[in-house]
Design a protein around this ligand. Structure first.
Ligand SMILES: [Zn+2]
Length: 439
């Protein structure tokens, strides 16, 4: 969703879909970092090739052939010794603050605990080479504040692209029997009527939303108002919807549909025609069916579905040419099973007859496109942001090699070394002579 009033040659903007003009100043660590002699999977569709990636501060400066040593003599060099270097992975569907259900509600809804839960998850993501997460609803201001702290490199973790709160009609999905004792209280807005839907979008935008998250149920007028308002802000809008609600949302111009929930062939045809994108999140539903036997007792999931039906649906969507991305929708304690759970979602796409390399491109380039960040993320190309994953293996041959994370770089900073979070020692500063310098 490009803002035509901004000339990106002349104006520096925030590194998020909001594209808010910011004061131009250097970002990322000083100097050059050379990632030498790797197998480069650049995400553009080019075959894997040997070469070297040169970073300058928080950006990719050049991709060099393996014979080249065209870099500054002061550059810091990391020898890759044939490891695979690729764009950082993106998870398009998470909820950083959601509870693990066995907490008492007073702790589950406590903002300090929500923040700490989110930070713990951030560690799992970044150690798995996931350098961006799209938070599809969390409580309060937590995802926005964490996003800000990551962008200043004050805490380790992936970039956060946040929706803020989940917007639904009274008693809609995520707001069933909602009151202040509900585990999702604070993460959901129940809006009634188009003016309230419009205002709910404005509220999320004002706090920092990178996209807008809605869910059924809603009336046609309500979803239309939300879509119009999001698009006025040049933000994408997505919906966790099902059945007729998908049809209405697509007709009204929604950008993305989450989850593998039932829809008609006519809706799939319309999605393809209008370029509506999808984040199917197959793995959480597969886990739910495997361990619970079904999706029970929900007033917003009144339909028959199964893992087999989900695959069938997604196959139809692929055949229709609908752009689909990778998201895990990790809730409960499932983040503890990263990266297996993320790789599990990737392997579901192998069943749709994508190749390994195509699946890796979905997890990087295509996800960046759906995120509306493909001008800055998703591929290894000069001028893009330096979000990089180095794997001691060949994930293009075996996706499970993604478990062998060696180094992760986010915004030019090395944030994972030898598979573990890495934090530079804080600078040892001398107390300045003047009070003004301390403030
Ligand atoms: Zn979700």
């Amino acid at each position: 969703m490009r803002n035509e009033w901004i000339d990106h040659e002349k104006t520096v903007t925030s590194d998020d879909p909001r594209r808010i003009p910011i004061k131009p100043e250097p970002k990322g660590p000083e100097g050059f970092l050379v990632l030498k002699g790797g197998r480069i999977f650049d995400g553009t569709g080019k075959p894997i090739h040997d070469g070297t990636v040169v970073l300058e501060r928080n950006k990719i400066k050049a991709i060099l052939p393996k014979e080249s040593d065209d870099w500054s003599s002061e550059a810091k060099i990391i020898e890759l010794g044939g490891k695979t270097i690729m764009p950082g992975l993106i998870d398009m569907h998470t909820h950083l603050t959601y509870t693990d259900w066995n907490l008492p509600v007073s702790i589950a809804l406590n903002e300090a605990d929500q923040t700490l839960r989110a930070l713990e998850r951030m560690r799992y993501y970044i150690e798995c080479g996931i350098t961006s997460v799209r938070d599809a609803a969390s409580s309060g201001l937590v995802p926005f504040r964490i996003k800000e702290w990551v962008s200043k490199n004050r805490i380790p973790g992936p970039r956060v692209f946040a929706a803020g709160k989940f917007i639904t009609a009274t008693g809609g999905h995520a707001a069933e029997m909602m009151d202040q004792h509900n585990f999702l209280y604070g993460a959901v807005i129940e809006a009634s009527g188009s003016e309230q839907w419009r205002n709910a979008v404005r509220e999320q935008y004002s706090w920092g939303a990178d996209f807008i998250k809605t869910g059924s149920h809603f009336s046609r007028e309500e979803i239309r108002a939300a879509i119009e308002e999001a698009h006025n802000f040049n933000l994408k809008i997505t919906s966790d919807a099902e059945t007729i609600y998908i049809q209405w949302a697509v007709e009204e111009g929604i950008d993305i549909i989450e989850h593998p929930l039932p829809r008609t062939d006519e809706t799939i045809r319309l999605m393809a025609e209008k370029g509506t994108e999808a984040i199917p999140t197959l793995i959480p539903y597969e886990i739910l069916f495997k361990y619970e036997g079904g999706y029970y007792n929900s007033t917003s999931r009144r339909f028959t579905f199964s893992p087999r039906a989900n695959i069938k649906l997604v196959k139809k969507m692929k055949k229709a040419g609908i752009k689909m991305g990778i998201g895990t929708d990790i809730i409960f304690q499932l983040y503890r099973y990263l990266p297996e759970i993320y790789i599990g979602e990737l392997t579901k796409f192998l069943q749709l007859r994508y190749s390994n390399e195509e699946v890796l491109a979905l997890a990087t380039r295509v996800n960046a496109e759906i995120l509306d960040m493909d001008d800055k993320l998703g591929t290894l190309e000069p001028n893009k942001l330096a979000d990089i994953l180095i794997v001691d293996g060949k994930p293009d041959r075996n996706l499970f090699d993604l478990k062998k994370v060696d180094t992760v770089i986010r915004d030019g900073y090395i944030v994972v070394k030898e598979g573990r979070i890495f934090i530079e020692r804080h600078p040892d500063l001398t107390i300045p002579g003047k009070m003004e310098d301390i403030k």
